[in-house]
Design a protein around this ligand. Structure first.
Ligand code: PFF
Length: 354
């Protein structure tokens, strides 16, 4: 039971929590987004994940086969196929962002954060991410790591990997979050900005100016975040569900996975948003996909010498978390290809990676 929970949590917890959740929250003005997200978890996340586990456990099959087995001759099989396609499309950009984390391990290790001014953190991220070569090389490196894990077979490796990195990642996120709350700057005009004020921005819903249209937009974005973060509707949980024994209480297992996933996302916000507030004010919150890559290096710089090590270990952990997620998507794609087109594991993986 623990193995399945950890593997599912390994798939769920990744860049979606640490990179995507904070910038989505920042883009939508903080706590209002979090509140709506929590509502979506209860109304959508729990039932969908339980449903996927049930479909997998009942059919004892992967996505490609599960719907066909449960509803032969109907169009339900298209739901399974669309899931595999969605996973494929997501993986193709997930690996790009995961590649960015590899670059930042190197940056941290070569002491790249120490001499930069606030503005330089932004320009260096922009220059790097729009460079025609470097991100592509990291993308290929990340895909190859995922590729070789899939070729070797996932079972043992991934489970052990998840057992080790999940607790370490959690401890790091909590530690950095606490440090972020202690940050403080004094602006030229004498105003003081503290991490605790930033926490208030993060946690206190600001409902001024919320119209029906805006509410619907935030809800839609919260739902996108939810599907992404929980790895649902991509066939992954169906495959994992087929490994769950009949006597396991699915409600409980799924609740545990979702609490873990939402907990890490929330803490990642505490780690990033107060720091953004201290260094860049409210304007910095809507930085979009660069948020983590700009604000965290500033935090590591503020830590002084210890920040070099913390930076290396942090980006290493995030890239590990990204691997446990990318592996689950690629496994769902490859196993469906093996099933459908009768190709070998190796051939299926090569085609997917290409
Ligand atoms: N849930 C993963 C995360 O939050 O990082 C990302 C992910 C994994 C998305 C698998 C989609 C997927 F099929």
């Amino acid at each position: 039971k623990l193995g399945v929970i950890l593997a599912s949590a390994g798939s769920a917890v990744g860049l979606g929590n640490i990179w995507r959740f904070p910038y989505e929250t920042g883009n939508h003005g903080g706590a209002a987004f979090i509140l709506i997200y929590l509502g979506c978890i209860l109304l959508l996340g729990l039932p969908i994940m339980i449903a996927e586990f049930l479909i997998g456990r009942h059919s004892q099959a992967n996505t490609a086969r599960a719907y066909q087995k449960l509803a032969p001759g109907t169009h339900w099989r298209w739901v399974g196929r669309m899931g595999v396609l969605a996973g494929f499309l997501i993986l193709s950009y997930y690996a790009v962002v995961a590649g960015w984390t590899l670059e930042y391990i190197l940056e941290a290790a070569t002491n790249g954060f120490s001499g930069k001014t606030s503005g330089e953190f932004i320009t260096s991220f922009q220059q790097f991410s729009s460079n025609p070569w470097r991100p592509v090389i990291w993308l290929i490196a990340f895909l190859l790591i995922t590729h070789f894990i899939i070729v070797k077979g996932v079972e043992k490796g991934i489970e052990k990997f998840s057992k080790f990195i999940m607790p370490v990642l959690l401890i790091m996120v909590i530690g950095i979050a606490i440090f972020s709350l202690t940050l403080k700057t004094t602006l030229d005009d004498g105003t003081v900005r503290t991490g605790l004020q930033g926490l208030k921005v993060y946690m206190k819903p600001d409902l001024t100016g919320i119209t029906v249209g805006r509410f619907l937009q935030i809800t839609l974005d919260a739902m996108s975040q939810l599907f992404f973060s929980l790895s649902v509707s991509m066939g992954i949980m169906i495959t994992y569900g087929s490994y769950v024994k009949k006597d396991v209480d699915l409600n409980k297992a799924v609740s545990q996975i979702e609490i873990m996933d939402t907990g890490v996302a929330f803490l990642a916000g505490v780690m990033i948003i107060p720091a953004v507030f201290v260094f860049s004010g409210l304007d910095g919150m809507s930085a979009g996909p660069g948020l983590m890559f700009v604000s965290l290096p500033k935090v590591f710089k503020a830590m002084g010498e210890a920040g070099v090590l913390v930076g290396i270990v942090f980006f290493l952990m995030v890239s590990f978390a990204a691997v446990t997620s990318s592996v689950s998507v690629m496994e769902a794609i490859v196993s469906s290809m093996m099933d459908k087109f009768h190709v070998s594991r190796k051939k299926g993986t090569i085609l997917t990676t290409l």
